[in-house]
Design a protein around this ligand. Structure first.
Ligand SMILES: [Zn+2]
Length: 305
């Protein structure tokens, strides 16, 4: 379980998911912030406008409270999560959506849309700090993959959000909660949602670093093993399987594209079951769920009925 004292103060020198930088032909790393080397689908990325060492609200080093203040309000988050379920999620179905909807609700119950920056971190975020990384990665993935016209139709004219606005919170909140050395299912899923936006079919060999990292993290978390006695919930168990098989899928795609051997070569090494096609309905008949049936579910959950 995470504890507030575990939150690391933000260190600008560590600020990258491994594939934020790409190697140039001569083997040197290129920074995404450099306009000449930025990937074309992300012309609007606003990374360079953010000083990674100093919070724009308080002027100090970033903490998780600073990142919360960078998220859009609840209504905008709900609309973007709804779009995510319609666009990104069918291609990368890593989440147990009813559990995510519960966590989304719990997050906004303790998170005030106004003046959040100085607010105390609530019990939900203390318990599941990785949710902040997951949510901002989902927002980033949605902004990066949905057309500007559709975004405008959904969000209206007043809200101006670009993918880069959410990339920084996604990366920074992952780092602040210890990713990649102390990963959780949520930070690993967030990492995959965010980094998959940079993968292009013709570009798979360039994604080796991201896939290698995800694979190693998965092994470290034991996702290659079904462990019945570990006491995981239905949602956790299924999410572990989905992460594992999705990472293997990335590995195979990358291997086919580059001609290099896949990372996973021996079936004896893993005993993870196949994913369940029905799992979105499993594990939700809890007392908590029955009690919350009368409440209005988050907007994006309605689309799943
Ligand atoms: Zn701050």
């Amino acid at each position: 379980m995470s504890h507030p004292s575990q939150y690391q103060h933000f260190n600008a020198d560590n600020l990258d998911y491994p594939s934020r930088r790409r190697r140039s032909a001569d083997g040197r790393f290129l920074d995404w912030g450099n306009p000449r080397t930025k990937p074309s689908p992300f012309d609007e990325i606003r990374w360079p406008k953010i000083d990674p060492s100093q919070c724009k609200f308080c002027g100090r080093r970033y903490t998780l409270a600073c990142i919360l203040a960078m998220l859009p309000d609840q209504d905008t988050c709900e609309k973007l999560c709804h779009l995510f379920c319609a666009t990104v999620f069918p291609l990368i179905p890593l989440l147990h959506l009813p559990s995510f909807a519960d966590d989304f609700r719990a997050f906004w119950e303790e998170t005030d849309s106004t003046g959040r920056h100085d607010a105390e971190i609530g019990p939900f975020v203390r318990k599941k700090p990785g949710f902040v990384c997951l949510l901002s990665s989902i927002l980033f993935a949605t902004l990066a993959s949905v057309s500007p016209l559709r975004l405008k139709n959904v969000l209206g004219d007043d809200i101006d959000l670009a993918p880069g606005d959410m990339y920084f919170p996604a990366v920074a909140s992952g780092m602040l909660t210890g990713f990649p050395r102390k990963p959780s299912l949520y930070t690993l899923a967030g990492y995959i949602f965010a980094q998959s936006q940079f993968v292009r079919e013709e570009d798979f060999p360039d994604s080796q670093e991201f896939i290698n990292t995800a694979f190693r993290i998965a092994l470290g978390m034991g996702l290659h093993r079904d462990i019945p006695e570990a006491g995981f919930s239905v949602a956790e168990r299924e999410m572990r399987r989905r992460l594992w098989w999705y990472i293997l899928h990335l590995d195979v795609m990358s291997s086919a594209s580059s001609g290099l051997s896949p990372l996973f070569i021996d079936e004896k090494m893993a005993n993870t079951d196949m994913v369940s096609p029905y799992y979105q309905n499993e594990g939700v008949a809890t007392e908590e769920h029955r009690q919350s049936e009368n409440e209005t579910p988050p907007y994006f959950l309605l689309s799943l009925d």
